[in-house]
Design a protein around this ligand. Structure first.
Ligand code: FAD
Length: 346
């Protein structure tokens, strides 16, 4: 199934060459745009500039008019807005149909989505519908300008290698990127773009799925990804009680949220959604405390966007000390209460 360079060029000029432009699926809930979508507009802008094509946002939902303005400010040249009651809440079935139809009509060469619960579900469904390739959980996106190919890089083999994946024979080239991996660009106030409102025929009675109830999750701990301060604990904290006493009290004292390693999650000390790392969430806080965490590569890939990492570990050889901004060698169970004491006096 190999192609030679001449065949590749012929393919690009032929069928594949009809696909032009970079699209970002804009995830929104009740009119609030997910930060990852704005991060992807920044990344998409760079890809579009390298290819010399347009960057478009694809916005689906209900009662969203006016929301497109901020997408232009974050770099979109165009917004495809499908505003329909049936799209009020995310459903794989409806969103896949609409995004699939838009792609078939307007033929973008690249489609990017956030690797969120919604984005992961939708990207897989759309790629299957369109019989195209999808690279999930990318950490770097670039362009091979000569071949007009998306170079989608992601950790592979347990984070031990970085694999760059290309879709030579299929369009669009699809990729998902985790929140916080790409830095959000600065908006350009007043930047204008073109609004396109494609017609879609969708009827609730023809759908296989119904939304019966929306259950909101509230609470201090929600959205670890957006936290500015995270206090994370690992197996070194000993047991569930010490984990919560140490991480909880420090988090409370400095206004942070609690996260942990996979070892802590597997020990049943905290829920999986608070696991940081390759198979958990990627975070980029201003301050990340790593308490009793060894610094395995699968954990480190999830915290590299942090501005400052402070590690406390009793083993001076622990790999976390190669990665942290400040390191304290010692027993976290003794050091943390001493760190908190002066803060509690304030
Ligand atoms: P350990 O590695 O056991 O480290 C505990 C540390 O605590 C040690 O360094 C020790 O010196 C220190 N310590 C002990 N007592 C004290 C004390 N009193 N005070 C201070 N320090 C102390 N891991 C993740 O975290 N996130 C992931 O998403 C993730 N995904 C994975 C995916 C795959 C495919 C695989 C194979 C593994 C994954 N892992 C992940 C697991 C990862 O490899 C490590 O096993 C895990 O991160 C280790 O967690 P830990 O640092 O809490 O525990």
């Amino acid at each position: 199934n190999q192609t030679n360079p001449a065949q590749e060029v012929a393919q690009l000029e032929g069928e594949l060459g009809r696909y032009k432009g970079v699209w970002v699926f804009i995830e929104q809930r009740e009119g609030h745009i997910a930060p990852v979508s704005l991060e992807l507009l920044g990344a998409g802008r760079q890809l579009a500039d390298k290819l010399g094509v347009e960057l478009a946002g694809v916005l689906l939902g209900y009662n969203l008019s006016g929301l497109e303005a901020s997408l232009y400010e974050y770099g979109a040249d165009k917004v495809y807005l499908v505003d329909h009651p049936v799209l009020c809440y995310y459903r794989t079935e409806t969103y896949m149909q609409v995004v699939g139809k838009l792609v078939q009509e307007y033929l973008p060469e690249i489609v990017l989505m956030g690797a969120t619960t919604t984005g992961r579900d939708l990207a897989g469904a759309v790629a299957t519908e369109l019989a195209t390739g999808l690279t999930a959980d990318c950490t770097v996106l670039d362009i091979d300008q000569a071949k007009r190919l998306l170079l989608a890089t992601r950790p592979a083999f347990g984070g031990n290698i970085m694999a760059t994946i290309v879709a030579k024979k299929h369009r669009p080239q699809m990729a998902t990127v985790r929140p916080k991996v790409m830095k959000m660009g600065d908006p350009v106030p007043g930047r204008q773009g073109v609004l396109v409102k494609p017609e879609v025929s969708l009827q609730e009675e023809n759908l296989l799925t119904r939304v019966l109830e929306i259950v909101q999750e509230y609470g201090e701990q929600a959205n670890l990804q957006d936290a500015e301060i995270i206090v994370a604990g690992g197996r070194g904290l000993g047991d569930k009680e010490s984990f919560h006493k140490i991480c909880g009290s420090l988090a409370e004292a400095i206004g942070g949220k609690v996260g942990g390693t996979r070892a802590a999650v597997e020990a049943g000390w905290l829920e999986q959604k608070y696991q940081v790392g390759q198979t958990g969430v990627t975070v980029a806080p201003k301050l990340y405390f790593a308490l009793g965490i060894s610094g395995a590569i699968q954990h480190l890939v999830g915290i590299r966007g942090s501005d400052i990492i402070i590690a406390i570990n009793s083993d001076p050889e622990a790999p976390i000390f190669q990665e942290c901004t400040y390191g304290i060698v010692g027993d976290a169970l003794k050091i943390v209460p001493n760190l908190i004491k002066p803060l509690q006096v304030l």
